[in-house]
Ligand binder design. Structure first.
Ligand code: GLU
Length: 323
């Protein structure tokens, strides 16, 4: 990898089979990077010990390689490098920005800030914080720790959506940075690794847009640079819901077994975006000629209206399988 070159990363969580939504996000990220001359890093977010295994990591990498997505430099496995996460926690502890939290979900829910503000997450109320001077340490690795969120909104520019503003103190409140099974949370791990590996361009699904504000707070506290953000709209299922790993029919492994080819998947991605008029196979190598910052900005502007987001319906699944 060239040092100082603009760098992006593909960061799948190997917790189950990737689906067509992942295929679109990873293909667009890869094509944008190749078009713009960025380095592409592959990072497996495999910290969830219960749901990840060497076999699931291998399968995820194999699926991406099958799609025609290559990368630069060695694959980073988060589970193999825990030292930098612990170092970041010690930095945050020295600044009194983290605290131990052994409260139960019920206790947190009862005091909740805004119980339904954040998909499945309960907003942590400031009244639950420990008194100043107590428990601001990182001595117990097997204990959940939260990050002290300062009041006020966080503003940033998203390269595809423009100005964005979120206020984590009003939504999630003090969020978990270390889990009681002794692992960094997603938020901490992503911030440490993006800084550690010189990631300058974060391209990912817009389900993580709100998380970006939390990640910026952590970057500031740790003295890390803030990368540029590119949040891509997510593909929906036939009912207009977000695709999930449990939607077996859209799993890339299943589709592959039923005859789908990378060229058909790539053709579908281009057709969804209006870059080709008729549904036809497209070589993945041709994708960087149609994907650019401008074409992705157009796509993001159109799909800001959820009614214009692509849907994976039976018809497109049938077309993919007829490869
Ligand atoms: N591993 C995360 C996911 O699969 C992506 C994290 C990121 O891009 O920041 O949703």
């Amino acid at each position: 990898m060239e040092p100082d070159a603009p760098t992006t990363r593909l960061a799948p969580s190997p917790t189950g089979s990737l689906h067509l939504g992942h295929a679109r996000s990873f293909l667009l990220t890869w094509a944008l990077a190749r078009r713009e001359g960025w380095q592409v890093q592959m990072r497996l977010e495999d910290l969830d010990r219960a749901r990840c295994s060497p076999a699931s990591s291998r399968a995820t990498l194999e699926t991406l390689a099958w799609l025609g997505i290559d990368h630069d430099g060695p694959v980073v496995m988060q589970s193999e490098h825990r030292g930098p996460y612990e170092a970041a926690m010690r930095t945050l502890a020295a600044q009194q920005r983290i605290f131990e939290c052994e409260l139960s979900r019920r206790e947190i829910r009862e005091a909740a800030l805004a119980p339904h503000s954040h998909a499945g997450e309960i907003g942590f109320a400031p009244s639950l914080r420990p008194p100043p001077g107590s428990a601001w340490s990182f001595d117990r690795l097997e204990c959940s720790h939260r990050f002290l969120v300062s009041a006020g909104p966080v503003e940033f520019v998203d390269e595809l959506r423009g100005q964005a503003i979120f206020d984590p103190s009003q939504t999630c409140g003090d969020f978990v940075v270390w889990t009681r099974d002794g692992s960094p949370s997603y938020q901490l791990a992503v911030v440490v690794d993006d800084a550690r590996f010189g990631v300058t361009e974060v391209v990912r699904g817009d389900d993580l847009l709100e998380s970006t504000a939390r990640q910026i707070l952590l970057q500031r506290a740790l003295g890390f640079p803030t990368p540029r953000w590119w949040h891509l709209p997510l593909v929906l299922d036939a009912d207009g819901e977000r695709l999930a790993k449990r939607h077996g029919a859209t799993a890339l492994d299943a589709l592959r077994g039923e005859g789908a080819t990378p060229d058909r998947i790539c053709g579908l991605v281009c057709w969804w975006s209006g870059w080709i008029a008729d549904l036809r196979p497209m070589n993945v190598r041709d994708l960087p000629s149609v994907v650019s910052p401008a074409s992705l900005r157009e796509l993001a502007a159109r799909e800001r209206d959820v009614h214009h987001r692509p849907r994976v319906d039976e018809e497109c699944l049938r077309w993919l399988r007829s490869g």
